[in-house]
Design a protein around this ligand. Structure first.
Ligand code: UD1
Length: 428
């Protein structure tokens, strides 16, 4: 078992390189099996969610190998096993993309209901509605989503809610369906566009990704390609917020600044300076932080996956900020950890009222999920004294080399192995 130990109070200076996008990688890797061929994917992030999908594809009979540190080759010609058991699917949300991908290629898929971060109820009704409208029979049997079809036929599918996962899953199932599928009220996140570009590189015909109407004309078959994943919007945003919260001057490299506009706007409002370059942003902050109100929204709004990190910054900003969560029912579970560090935050349903305090104090805290874990790192970096973060396996799901990247910026952060007896005492 490992913890992060952070000695706070250092400003951050220097450069950080952003890795490939987690949420694109976890869609694009399963999508690769839609081609009965060899696919090469570059800019793969070294995170545990990616290791999990590789393990699943391996168990299915695909041949997955790393060509170099961030390039993967997937040969899915020999896939035999079209069933993904609970032991594999329960560790992360994106395991459900294998339903769409296998349904598309084999017209048959069995995948255990997915796991992932706990933000309240996470239904998959829209995914199932989409598969059914394309002509599949879908049943949930003993915790497995079982989907099969003689053939899939394109149709018009209206999403009752803007859902990243359902939009992606329907795209995956529809690329090899007969005729035209139209997804209305589609999600517009950067990773939806990245997935569409990847599928088009394999011979699919997808138009409109990035708008709320996506049109997919079914192809006969897809072929291999080489594709490079976009930079991670949320990893970049996390370093931007960290730089603004700690103060200093940080150049965040290998990003698409357009994807970061909603985050830049809020950091500027809070008192930081953000300069955009072609593929980098520079965040500096030398003056006091001001309150600002933030509401999470689907893209291009402020991302819900940046909400906990922003809460940390606002917890030491001058004045009272309102932080409103409009995507998930229950995404303030980390607030208890921050109040133990001295933050003054009241939560009422999907609204947090944050009264800025002068400083946070280091204590032992838990990463309650992936982005909450990132928020705890930022809290530790600005706090007085030592912060110990437990349950860092959540953070490893989505942040490549986080200790090294923050250390390069001058942070005092270490990954520390804890001996078994100590772990038992802590758990007790
Ligand atoms: C993805 C991201 C997650 C992010 C979220 C919103 C991945 C692997 N995860 O999650 O980090 O927080 O987008 O940006 O990309 N909903 C339904 N029915 C459905 C599906 C969703 O009602 O069938 C609702 C959800 O309860 C939620 C909203 O739609 O309120 C958005 O969820 P969705 O966009 O689907 O999130 P995920 O794809 O699971």
């Amino acid at each position: 078992m490992e913890n992060f130990v952070i000695k706070g109070g250092h400003e951050l200076f220097g450069d950080v390189n952003i890795s490939g996008a987690k949420n694109a990688a976890v869609a694009i890797i399963p999508a690769a099996i839609l081609a009965n061929d060899v696919v090469r994917i570059e800019n793969i992030p070294k995170i545990s969610d990616v290791s999990l999908i590789i393990k699943i594809l391996d168990c299915m009979g695909a041949n997955v190998k790393m060509i170099n540190s961030d390039t993967m080759e997937i040969d899915s010609r020999a896939i035999q096993n079209k069933s993904v058991p609970y032991e594999h699917a329960s560790h992360f949300r994106a395991s459900y993309y294998l339903i769409g991908a296998m349904l598309g290629r084999f017209k048959n898929a069995e995948v255990a209901l997915p796991g992932g971060c706990d933000f309240g109820t996470r239904p998959i009704d829209l995914h199932i509605k989409g598969f059914k409208m394309l002509g599949a029979d879908v049943e949930i049997v003993n915790g497995m989503v079982c989907a099969k079809a003689d053939k899939l036929v394109g149709t018009s599918i209206y999403m009752d809610n803007v859902s990243v996962g359902a939009t992606i899953n329907v795209m995956l199932a529809a690329v090899l369906a007969r005729g035209l599928t139209i997804i209305e009220n589609a999600a517009k996140e950067p990773h939806i566009v990245d997935l569409a570009n990847f599928l088009n590189s394999m011979g699919a015909d997808i138009r409109g990704a990035g708008t709320d109407v996506i049109k997919i004309r079914g192809a006969e078959k897809l072929h291999g390609c080489t594709y490079s994943i976009i930079p991670d919007q949320i990893e970049a945003g996390t370093y931007m917020v960290a730089a603004a919260a700690c103060g200093g001057d940080v150049l965040i490299k290998n990003v698409i600044p357009k994807h970061l506009e909603s985050i830049s706007a809020k950091l500027i409002e809070a008192g930081a300076e953000v300069i955009e370059y072609d593929d980098a942003v520079r965040v500096t902050r030398y003056k006091e932080l001001n309150k600002c109100n933030v509401k999470t929204m689907p893209h291009p709004g402020f991302p819900t996956d940046m909400q906990p990190q922003m809460a940390v910054l606002l917890s030491v900003a001058h004045g009272t900020s309102l932080l409103s969560e409009s995507v998930w029912d229950n995404r303030f579970q980390y607030v208890g950890q921050l109040t133990r560090m001295g933050a003054n935050i009241q939560v009422d349903g999907k609204l947090a009222v944050i009264d800025g305090v002068n400083e946070l104090t280091g204590v032992k805290v838990k990463a309650t999920d992936l982005r909450a874990g990132a928020a705890m790192i930022i809290a530790g970096l600005i706090a007085k004294g030592e912060t110990i973060i437990e349950d860092i396996q959540y953070i490893d799901r989505g942040y490549e080399d986080v200790v090294q990247k923050f250390s390069n910026l001058g942070a005092d952060i270490n990954r520390v192995e804890i001996v078994e007896e100590e772990a038992i005492i802590n758990a007790g």
